[in-house]
Ligand binder design. Structure first.
Ligand SMILES: C[S@@+](CC[C@H](N)C(=O)[O-])C[C@H]1O[C@@H](n2cnc3c(N)ncnc32)[C@H](O)[C@@H]1O
Length: 271
């Protein structure tokens, strides 16, 4: 799940290390992940939504084709792109998450309404009308790997808590973030979010249907603002990065804050 979960679960399967392709993504407990992170709108997500909502509301793009990479059980990046996009591809590697998303987008649950409420007062969001119908009509789930994204294809993009939370290898973090931005057409607006200082997170997985789920420790790269900025500087321009403190009483442990970046895909000189 998102790297906001406890990293020191003593019952966790011992594997908070390793490459992306060594993790049991197809066994990910999507319902648990959703309930733990998104059943209730949290303060940090509210602040992220306001930041990216302001950014996307300023964009002139209409009728584009967007992409959200590693959607998991999080629909709010897709909601944030609705004013800009007549279609949004949800590019997800876990078959379990992809199946869950296929059901969810058809008629998303009422718990997403408070997330939309953070966006809807801005003019471009008001113009969307019914976001539930828009998601059902425009969102398409695709089983896909971040390293296999085609280049210069989408008009807008989001990737939340994926690049730093899919592997323990810093080079895979950098590669995933660059591949995401490079999958966008030059000039495309994007938003990306990261857990700061995360060293992993536990999610139940089912290794054997005859046995109860076990808590598995997924790996993460403990990135900071500088890591995100350095990486984006090679593939994007007009980048704006905000660090969001986790506050004094965080709902979860195992991270130091969240980082959200918005910007424009394409050569750093804007050419
Ligand atoms: C920490 S979860 C984040 C989920 C969601 N975006 C969110 O904001 O909560 C990481 C997500 O990345 C997906 N993922 C892992 N490896 C991937 C890969 N190689 N390509 C695409 N998605 C991947 C996982 O299946 C999972 O949905």
């Amino acid at each position: 799940m998102r790297p906001s979960t406890p990293r020191a679960d003593p019952d966790a399967h011992p594997a908070a290390h390793g490459r992306n392709d060594e993790q049991p993504w197809d066994l990910f407990d999507t319902d648990y992940y959703w309930a733990h992170n998104y059943r209730t709108l949290q303060d940090v997500d509210q602040r992220i939504l306001r930041f990216i909502g302001e950014f996307f509301d300023r964009q002139p793009l209409r009728g584009g084709h967007g992409i959200d990479v590693g959607t998991g059980a999080n629909l709010y990046p897709v909601l944030a792109m609705l004013p800009l996009c007549q279609a949004v591809t949800l590019w997800e590697w876990s078959r379990k998450n992809a199946q869950w998303l296929g059901r969810e987008v058809a008629h998303y649950r009422p718990e997403w309404d408070p997330f939309w409420a953070e966006l809807v007062d801005r003019p471009s969001y008001t113009a969307v009308g019914d976001p539930r119908l828009a998601v059902a009509d425009r969102a398409h789930v695709r089983h896909g790997h971040v390293f296999h994204l085609p280049r210069h294809t989408w008009d807008a993009g989001t990737m939340f808590f994926v690049a730093e939370s899919m592997s323990a290898l810093p080079e895979e973090f950098e590669r995933a973030l660059c591949r995401f931005v490079q999958s966008l057409r030059p000039g495309a607006p994007f938003a990306a979010a990261f857990m700061e200082g995360s060293e992993g997170y536990s999610v139940p997985v089912v290794f054997d249907e005859a046995l109860p789920p076990v808590s598995y420790q997924f790996p993460a790269v403990p990135v900071g603002v500088d890591d995100v900025a350095r990486c984006l500087a090679t593939v994007a321009h007009t980048v704006d990065i905000q660090r969001i403190d986790r506050g004094d009483k965080p709902l979860r442990e195992g991270y130091t804050g969240m980082i959200v970046a918005v910007g424009t895909a394409g050569p750093p000189n804007g050419a």
